[in-house]
Design a protein around this ligand. Sequence first.
Ligand code: NI
Length: 264
Amino acid sequence: MMLFDTHAHLNDQEAFPDVEPALARAGEAGVRRIVVPGYDRASCLRALALAEQHPAIYAAVGFHPNDAASVTEQDLADLEQWVTHDKVVAVGEIGLDYHYDTPRDVQERILRTQVALARRVRKPVVIHDREAHEDIVRMLDEEGVVHVGGIMHCFSGSVEMMHQCLALGMHISLGGPVTFKNAKKPVQVAEAVAEDRLLIETDSPWLAPHPHRGKPNESAYVKLVAQRIAEVRGVSPDELAQITWRNACQVFSLPEVLGDGETL
Ligand code: NI
């Protein structure tokens, strides 16, 4: 089984002071590639360092909406450099978060700036959307995201919103919440999403799947996400792993076959 964890914060140094034990367990669980997205300056630099050290780790770089208020002109200038790194596969995670109180106009400016950058360098975006469903769809549409595509990470919207995102060329990534006992919308989305747009992730150290809910999450648990979605879609876990592997390689422009020495 070849699993692709499309979103793991191994760059969170409080959760992962040493990444090696988590990488070893991920490898044992069948995880073969991991994308580590940045969210602020330090985490972007850490994601780049991890991608340079580990052949099977790739980075995304960007400024998260919760950090938008502290982003400087220098940060944005540096981001333009970081995105050109050959192990940077996406711009992210970026987006809108209306749960916390970062001013919405500031979030919007930082989001639009980064989608425009993604278009210039022709790399996909990794989108964080919390309680901002209508605005994120509208702004991604206005910024022409369809030209680069990307990922709705840990998608929490409805089936209707999912269709709007697919029309914008986006992939839908599901994580731990699809396994929760009381999950409704993520399960409906898991059932309905087009086979060629489905991805899996952990968002570790957050959002651990059942039966680890509420505890620290790690890439090995992406297998539990794959198993649950396989059950919902009526396919085997192996088949689900294959489908999501192929989709992840496609969205990040990576070869489906592992390179020499590309192991966790
Ligand atoms: Ni994240």
